[in-house]
Design a protein around this ligand. Structure first.
Ligand code: TYM
Length: 327
C-alpha cells in the first residue's frame, strides 16, 4: 500500500513564491508517489481578523491556484476543510488529550497574538489541534510543509502519541517532510523574517499572480547585502535568499549561478532573476486565468474530492470514538 501524505494552505489571500517553493512545488512530485490529500483550510483561516470577508472567493482562488500549479485531481484528493465536518469533531476529541502547556509554547500562536492583540481568540490558540485533526484523521504518514510548520507537525505527533497511550493504538504518528531548498524563503525587505502573506509591505513578497512589471520592480527593490560578489553565503542572508529563489525557479544550482555571475554586478543578476521568475510563473498564470472561467468545473472537483476525503475521515473518526467509549 502507498504511504499517505496530507498538507494544506489557508485561503487568506494570494499565495506568494514562499508558499509555492516551500509547499506546492514539492507536492507536485509527491502526488505521483503517494496517496495524496491536499486541503484548503478555510476553518484555520477564520482565526485571523477579517478572514471571512470574501472567503468564498479566496477559497475558489486557492482551488484554481492548486490546479493551475499542477495538482491533478486524478492523482490526489483536493478539498475544502469545512466540507468534511469530521475534522472539527475530531478536534474536540483531541482537545481532551492536548496539554495546554504545549499549546502555549507554539511560536505561531505567540507571534499572531502579538500581531493582533485585540483578537486573540480561542480558535487561534486551538489552531494546532485542528491541524493535528486534519493530519491524523487520514492516518497520514508524511506532512510536506515549509520550515515554519515544523512545530505544528511536532504537536500533531505529540497529540497522536498521547491519544494512543490513553486509548490504545489508534493514530499513525506522522513525520514532517521538509525539503532543504525553499523551506524558508525570506522576506525581500527583511532577511530576518520569512516571506509572509500578512506583511503590510507589498514589496516584501512576490505573489504567484504578480505581473512581469511588478516582479521586476519588487526584485529591483529587494534589499541585498554589502559587497559586490554574487556568492552564496548564509552570512549574507538577503543575497543567499535571492540565489535560492533563482535556483528553485531555474535548473541551475547555487554554484552554477555563482559562476554565471562572476564579475557581474547585482543589477544584471536581479534583472535575470526577475526574468527567471516571470518565465516560470507564466504557464501557471495562463492556466489559472482559464480555470477562473470554469467555476462549475472547479466546484465539481472540490465536491467529488470532499466525498472521497469524507469516506476516509468518517471511518477513522468512528474508530477513535469507539476507542474513547463513545456510542
Ligand atoms: P500557511 O497557509 O501559512 O502556509 C502554507 C504553506 O506554505 C509554507 N510557507 C513557506 N514556505 C517557505 N517559505 C516561506 N516564507 C513560507 N511561508 C509559508 C508553509 O510552511 C506551509 O507549508 N497551518 C498551515 C496550514 C495547515 C496544514 C494542516 C498544513 C492546516 N492544516 C495540516 C499541513 C497539514 C498554515 O498555516 O499554512
Amino acid at each position: 500500500m502507498k504511504k499517505r501524505i496530507f498538507s494544506g494552505i489557508r485561503p487568506t489571500g494570494p499565495l506568494h513564491i514562499g508558499n509555492y517553493l516551500g509547499a506546492i512545488k514539492n507536492w507536485l512530485q509527491l502526488q505521483n508517489e503517494y496517496d495524496s490529500v491536499f486541503c484548503i483550510v478555510d476553518l484555520h483561516a477564520l482565526t485571523t481578523p477579517n478572514a471571512s470577508k470574501g472567503l468564498k472567493k479566496k477559497v475558489f482562488d486557492l482551488a484554481t491556484t492548486y490546479l493551475a500549479a499542477g495538482l491533478n485531481p486524478k492523482k490526489c484528493i483536493l478539498f475544502v476543510q469545512s466540507q468534511v465536518p469530521e475534522h472539527t469533531e475530531l478536534t474536540w476529541l483531541l482537545n481532551t488529550v492536548t496539554p495546554i502547556a504545549e499549546l502555549e509554547r507554539m511560536t505561531q500562536f505567540k507571534d499572531k497574538a502579538k500581531e493582533h492583540r485585540s483578537n486573540v481568540n480561542m480558535g487561534l490558540f486551538d489552531y494546532p489541534v485542528l491541524m493535528a485533526a486534519d493530519i491524523l484523521i487520514y492516518q497520514t504518514d508524511l506532512v510536506p510543509v515549509g520550515e515554519d510548520q515544523r512545530q505544528h507537525v511536532e504537536m500533531a505527533r505529540t497529540i497522536a502519541r498521547k491519544f494512543n497511550q490513553t486509548y490504545g493504538a489508534t493514530f499513525k504518528v506522522p513525520e514532517v517532510l521538509i525539503r532543504e531548498q525553499g523551506a524558508k524563503i525570506l522576506a525581500l525587505d527583511n532577511p530576518l523574517k520569512k516571506m509572509s502573506k500578512s506583511s503590510p509591505n507589498l514589496y516584501s513578497r512576490i505573489n504567484l499572480t504578480d505581473s512581469p512589471d511588478e516582479i521586476q520592480e519588487k526584485i529591483k527593490r529587494a534589499i541585498t547585502d554589502s559587497g559586490k560578489e554574487i556568492t552564496y553565503n548564509p552570512q549574507k542572508p538577503a543575497l543567499a535568499n535571492l540565489i535560492t529563489i533563482y535556483s528553485a525557479f531555474s535548473k541551475l544550482s547555487a554554484s552554477q549561478i555563482e559562476k554565471k555571475y562572476q564579475g557581474k554586478g547585482y543589477a544584471q543578476f536581479k534583472t535575470d532573476l526577475a526574468n527567471v521568475i516571470i518565465k516560470a510563473l507564466k504557464p501557471f498564470q495562463a492556466k489559472k486565468k482559464a480555470l477562473e472561467q470554469e467555476p462549475e468545473q472547479v466546484k465539481k472537483i472540490l465536491e467529488q474530492s470532499a466525498k472521497q476525503a469524507q469516506a476516509i475521515a468518517r471511518k477513522n473518526l468512528k474508530e477513535a470514538k469507539q476507542k474513547m467509549g463513545l456510542i
